[in-house]
Write a protein that binds this ligand. Structure first.
Ligand code: ATP
Length: 216
């Protein structure tokens, strides 16, 4: 009998918002999977998040309180240097054994950039990839990714569940045109991003004075 899938949803979460949370929730329901949110350790040579890892985790814990379908996995934060998804999946695969379906969840925008990820084709040996719809201009898919879709695309109710890895599954989630960038811009403009993220998260941000423009 196939085991319950484990899905990982990585991101910066600077801050976590309803776009992330609703997409993760719907993925958990549709895939009947355990979903873990996986905050990224941003390598020093990349644009740094505004909040550090501890602060982003503090907000994620608040956002995830009171339910058990979505959980938090902080394994990438303990690592020094860049944390490549392929290494994270490798570690998880070693923990869960060879048979349990593992799914990497990515928004459609992130999916289009997959070929630039470290050892990207190895990802398919370790996990399925679940692509979440996201509003906004569609990014053209590079030909090498189109080629993978041709052979790996699998319907939501298809064979992926009986396999450990290797499929690409599309997941239509409720369109919520929310981004962390837009939320940070609201703060920078001195406005309150109410209703774009959970109230408890917004209240903690306010209480800590995060994202506030100095002297603003
Ligand atoms: P930023 O605006 O700072 O780039 P973001 O809002 O895109 O942040 P990330 O933490 O970079 O959030 O995204 C993590 C993952 O969540 C990515 O795979 C991204 O595509 C997905 N995602 C983010 N927002 C949404 C949304 N509104 N709907 C669906 N997927 C989303």
């Amino acid at each position: 009998m196939s085991q319950r899938p484990l899905a990982l949803f990585g991101g910066t979460f600077d801050p976590v918002h309803y776009g992330h949370l609703r997409a993760a929730w719907e993925a958990a329901e549709r895939l009947d999977a355990e979903v873990r949110l996986l905050p990224a350790n941003v390598p020093p040579h990349r644009a740094q998040p505004v909040l550090d890892a501890d602060q982003r985790v503090e907000l994620l814990r608040i956002a995830l309180a009171g339910q058990s379908r979505l959980s938090l996995d902080t394994r990438e934060l303990g690592r020094a240097g860049p944390s490549y998804t392929v290494d994270t999946l490798h570690g998880l695969r070693a923990e869960i054994g060879p048979e349990r379906p593992l799914i990497l969840l990515v928004g459609a925008d992130a999916f289009a950039g997959l070929p630039s990820w470290n050892r990207w084709l190895r990802l398919f040996d370790l996990a399925h990839v679940g692509v979440l719809t996201r509003p906004g201009p569609a990014r053209a898919l590079p030909p090498e990714l189109e080629q993978q879709i041709q052979t790996r695309h699998c319907a939501l109710d298809g064979v992926w569940r009986a396999r450990d890895a290797g499929c690409i599954v599309s997941l239509d989630v409720t369109d919520l045109d929310i981004s962390a960038t837009a939320i940070r811009a609201e703060y920078a403009a001195g406005r309150e991003p109410r209703f774009l993220l959970p109230d408890a998260v917004r209240e903690r941000i306010n209480a800590r004075g995060w994202y506030a423009v100095p002297g603003g």
